[in-house]
Write a protein of this length. Structure first.
Length: 254
């Protein structure tokens, strides 16, 4: 297993495949394991790089997550890019990882070639986010399938990881903490906003929000799947891989 040191802690990462670097960024309460089943769809065309954010997966644990979690995690992505001495990377972030991907590009546009932001709420957390999240997480902790997913991603201490993440995101929502570290209008990096119209874990007006963000950024595209759950990169795995590969290679999205 590979690790690099970040602020006196160890962050886990994994590399597989060859080609343009593609860093995959997991969502909240998940880890890089969520991408393992997707690797055959990408590793022949890309140098896929997975990482576990601090406090998740095989990385060192933290006492708490900050309310500006997705901005802080962007610093961890940049530390990995510098550790690997990469000049340019492509970022695929899903759910919470989508905010991380955008923030990484806002912080260091010189290091990021493309961003895929999959299945996220965009500029703000939807109305009722905090209460909905609290109920969803409590329900998930009692659901056998969800518990298995959490433990698969996090290990035996999964419940503490989930609770710490829930607390941070609720605080973020209540305090209306900015989700982006800089104005979205300043993003010049080519970005693909991707999602599913059937995703019931994101805001109901996801497509409209994507269109608003697309009007703000300098170089954006939108791709929405008619069917599929959360996140689209998993529920539409093969189709999403084709769309992402075409986007990263500068081809039109069909």
């Amino acid at each position: 297993m590979s690790y690099f040191h970040y602020q006196s802690k160890k962050i886990y990462y994994k590399e597989i495949g060859s080609g343009k670097p593609l860093v995959m960024l997991h969502g909240d309460t998940a880890s890089s394991r969520m991408f393992e089943l997707l690797l055959p769809l990408y590793q022949e065309n890309f140098r896929v790089i997975l990482m576990d954010f601090l406090g998740n997966g095989q990385s060192d644990r933290v006492e708490c997550f900050p309310e500006n979690l997705w901005t802080i995690q962007a610093d961890q992505v940049l530390a990995l890019v510098e550790h690997l001495n990469l000049k340019k990377v492509n970022l695929l972030g899903t759910s919470g990882g989508a905010w991380v991907a955008v923030n990484t590009a806002l912080k260091r546009p010189d290091l990021v070639e493309h961003v895929i932001a999959d299945s996220f709420d965009g500029r703000t957390l939807h109305d009722g986010f905090a209460e909905n999240l609290r109920k969803e997480r409590e329900h998930a902790k009692q659901d056998h399938g969800a518990r298995q997913f959490y433990e698969w991603c996090q290990g035996e201490d999964w419940e503490k990881v989930v609770d710490l993440n829930t607390q941070a995101l609720i605080t973020c929502a209540v305090n209306k903490t900015p989700l982006f570290c800089k104005p979205l209008e300043s993003l010049d990096t080519p970005i693909l906003f991707m999602g599913s119209l059937e995703d019931d874990m994101c805001r109901q007006d996801m497509l409209e929000e994507y269109k608003e963000m697309d009007r703000l950024v300098g170089n954006g595209k939108i791709y929405m799947f008619e069917t599929g759950g959360h996140p689209a990169v998993l529920s539409n795995a093969e189709s999403a891989a084709r769309v992402i590969t075409d986007f990263l290679n500068g081809q039109s999205l069909n």
